[in-house]
Design a protein around this ligand. Sequence first.
Ligand SMILES: NC(=O)c1ccc[n+]([C@@H]2O[C@H](COP(=O)([O-])OP(=O)(O)OC[C@H]3O[C@@H](n4cnc5c(N)ncnc54)[C@H](OP(=O)(O)O)[C@@H]3O)[C@@H](O)[C@H]2O)c1
Length: 341
Amino acid sequence: MPDIPHTMRALILTGPDQLTLQEMAVPPVRAGQVLVRMAASPVNPSDLMTLKGHYGIGAAYPFVPGLEGSGTVVGAGGGLMARMMLGRRVALATGTGGLWADYAAVDASRVIPLPADVPLGAGAMSAVNPLTAIALVALARRGGHGAVVSTGAGGQLGRMIRKRAAAKGIEVINVVRRAEQLAGLQAEGARHVLDSSDAAFDVDLAQLCRDLRCRMAFDAVGGDMTGRLAQALGRRSDILVYGALEQAPIRLHPGTMIFRDVTVRGFWLSTWLPRKSLPEMLWHARAATQALRGGFAVSQVARIVDLEQAQDGIAAYAGAMSAGKTLIRLSRDDLGVMPKA
Ligand SMILES: NC(=O)c1ccc[n+]([C@@H]2O[C@H](COP(=O)([O-])OP(=O)(O)OC[C@H]3O[C@@H](n4cnc5c(N)ncnc54)[C@H](OP(=O)(O)O)[C@@H]3O)[C@@H](O)[C@H]2O)c1
């Protein structure tokens, strides 16, 4: 095993929007944990919310953000599972941050070994979005839905939901917010795409929902969008709100819920996954890493930045999310070739 230094570089959040690059001690590895030499970590909307102090991780300042990534296990704090991971290339997701640093100490149960042919770059984005796409499509299937509406459909997760749903025989009505996104998704072969900025959007969405007998929506946006979905869907519909891209409270007329029997509920991977049995979790993790080989789980990357340039990379991503992820490079390890947006 390589020599572990005593100190490392890390981005540290000391308060809302207060992110600085600092030198700090490499975290100690406790029993059942592994020490990962980080390779890369993407910037996701959940990270943008964390930086603003709005995400539900409940960490006290100061802390190191970064919710998912990839790297190599270089230390084990004891326990069979931790020792078995030693030397392996892994994907990891903590749910509590800690990954925008040279090293991270995490529970061994939080790391997923990467197949030999999956590069560390793609592996860094293999946990959160692919597993969310798997989860949402599984919920649609369990409810017997043949069609769903998906908002934020021009983003990476929206694309994954569309591909995963198609593979499971579910039609997707993709909702984007700009004409360029509509054209982009149509060019990728999406059958049903609507632009929410179009004057006819609400009428067109309601018609399409009727045509496809659609009674479920996955909403990444919130704000007014959730109410618009509730109006367009059929009676006894189910809206799963899984994102807050609009950064605004949901606006929904109570009559829509009462007289049309529409249910609005939240979805969070961090609570969905732990309810699964260990074999189910492993099965889902395997499905996600398998689908990094050109399958539904592939993310597009707009730029790769070093830790020193991370703040610029975060700002660039926040200003043009559909252009693809910012991937923060945390070591010299080969990240492989990234699909460009
Ligand atoms: N609940 C969970 O467990 C869970 C798990 C994973 C992800 N998520 C959520 O899933 C959502 C999508 O994540 P992602 O990784 O796919 O992000 P992404 O790749 O950055 O894509 C975000 C997309 O949403 C669009 N968008 C941004 N603000 C919007 C707004 N106010 N109204 C409508 N569209 C907007 C962006 O378009 P522009 O280019 O026009 O900005 C972009 O197309 C996020 O909200 C994220 O937090 C939730």
